[in-house]
Design a binder for this molecule. Structure first.
Ligand SMILES: Cc1cc2nc3c(=O)[nH]c(=O)nc-3n(C[C@H](O)[C@H](O)[C@H](O)COP(=O)(O)OP(=O)(O)OC[C@H]3O[C@@H](n4cnc5c(N)ncnc54)[C@H](O)[C@@H]3O)c2cc1C
Length: 430
């Protein structure tokens, strides 16, 4: 094992948008920082980089602008460097293509000196003096290197949540929306495709398949246990929940209350964008001109309770829970759109002698994003991901990434580099 004697100020685990924002803000500061990502290059949800899909926040929520519009890693600087300023100006859009957001982040990640790719963090240890040892494995050589750092920042994001029933099925036939673009071709060759779930990813997969359904000739079904194909709450006043003010209100509430509130806010972030529903409806309307039949069905109120492989196809056990009727549904491909779960690495769970966890095994987090230490410690592990249980509904929203980065930078540098206001939005949640 190779050991690096240098002691870093901070090491980041994972380079998704959240840690990349932190790396971008630190890039203009005097800090010794390193950020490690296991993938070979920056890639933001590659299976869902569908042509025509848009970022669900304005481009102003890039990696840096909301803290420092003069930072060289801004989206507008990327556009300028690409020689696309006139095209972007004439485009007149705040909601940039999802593929462009990914390309922008990749561009930034290649310019920020502290980012390292193809490196998986395999362990974090707390040392006697309170600092941290971080073990990093190179993806291509398998070699493990050890680094020392004062602080660690977790930005490990989330992983696709695949219900147990679907887990042991062949991946080319039964797959999560996270793999949609990689498996799309196999759907074109199938006789029947079924999408299960009704969030934004489900709707986008269904819309893409709907566009191709008639030319490819497959049957298309969309099943959800939700009472309907509900749209996301996107009114401007509702968007104020994705603000520092809402965190100020939410954070001090008792944990049981937070869990209860968060569970009731599904449509703030899990519903379908109005424009996606409109696209789907318009397509179906167009296809049925002259009362033409389409081989498509939308089935709400239906719980899929199991899946079995039968004669080369798949049989889904379905239950209409209002009619209390069960039936089976046969299909060749199943696209499972059942969301994502927090990705807390096992090496963090193993730190229970120095870090506090709640009764559900979730780490406890201070308001300023430090994992709660057992006893005094001069150095910290910060959480940039997996904090919805403590900081609420905005935790996975890109619009709050830069705010969180500001709060973390101020602590890492021990001074107010980026001022934080008392209030940002119109409404008072108190
Ligand atoms: C399809 C999709 C579209 C979305 N669109 C929007 C949107 O438009 N607007 C919005 O506000 N939110 C959106 N979200 C939600 C949110 O933006 C994303 O969840 C976002 O990617 C979160 O960033 P992150 O940095 O926490 O995690 P991630 O993007 O998940 O990145 C975490 C990274 O950590 C790496 N990693 C994990 N463990 C290790 C390890 N041990 N060592 C090294 N690397 C590791 C992973 O490989 C990964 O690259 C979307 C989510 C999805 C799934």
């Amino acid at each position: 094992m190779k050991q690096n004697r240098e002691v870093y100020d901070v090491i980041g685990v994972g380079i998704g948008p959240f840690n990349l924002s932190l790396a971008a803000l630190l890039d203009t500061q005097e800090t010794k920082a390193l950020f490690f990502e296991q993938k070979p290059e920056f890639a933001w949800h590659p299976g869902m980089l569908i042509e025509g899909t848009k970022l669900q926040v304005p481009f102003l929520a890039d990696l840096v602008t909301m803290a420092d519009p003069t930072n060289p890693h801004s989206f507008l600087n990327y556009i300028s460097q690409q020689g696309r300023m006139y095209q972007f100006y004439i485009l007149q859009r705040l909601d940039i293509p999802r593929r462009e957001y990914n390309d922008y982040c990749k561009w930034a990640s290649e310019r920020i000196g502290s980012c390292r790719f193809g490196k998986q963090v395999t362990a974090v240890h707390r040392l006697q003096d309170g600092r941290h040892q971080v073990d990093v494995q190179d993806a291509s050589t398998g070699e493990v290197e050890t680094f020392y750092t004062k602080h660690v920042v977790l930005g490990t994001g989330s992983t696709p949540a695949l219900p147990e029933a679907f887990q042991n099925m062949p991946r080319q036939d039964v797959f999560h929306t996270a793999d949609f673009e990689m498996q799309r071709q196999t759907c074109r060759e199938a006789e029947s495709v079924t999408v299960v779930g009704s969030g934004q990813s489900a709707a986008e997969a269904f819309r893409e398949l709907l566009k191709e359904q008639r030319t490819c000739g497959f049957r298309l079904d969309w099943i959800t246990r939700s009472p309907g194909f509900a749209s996301m709450e996107e009114s401007k006043l509702n968007l104020e929940h994705f603000s520092p003010d809402y965190i100020d209100y939410f954070y001090p509430l008792p944990q049981e209350k937070k869990d209860e509130i968060f569970a009731s806010q599904g449509l703030y972030y899990k519903g379908i964008s109005e424009h996606t529903i409109t696209d789907i409806y318009n397509l179906m309307y167009e296809y049925t001109v002259g009362r033409e039949k389409i081989d498509v069905s939308l089935l709400p109120l239906t719980k899929v309770t199991g899946i079995e492989r039968k004669e080369g196809r798949y049989e889904l056990s379905c239950h209409h829970y209002q009619k209390e009727e069960g039936y089976s549904h046969r299909t060749d491909k199943v696209i499972v759109a059942t969301g994502y779960q927090p990705n807390v690495p096992s090496f963090i769970k193993e730190l229970s002698d120095v870090i506090e966890f709640d009764d559900y095994g979730r780490y406890k987090v201070t308001k300023d994003y430090r994992l709660v230490n057992k006893g005094e410690n001069a150095y910290n592990i910060f959480a940039n991901s997996c904090i919805a249980h403590t900081h609420g509904v905005g935790s996975t929203n890109l619009g709050l990434a830069v705010f969180r980065s500001k709060v973390i930078v101020n602590q890492l540098l021990g001074k107010e580099v980026y001022p934080v206001q008392d209030s940002y939005v119109f409404q008072s949640f108190e």
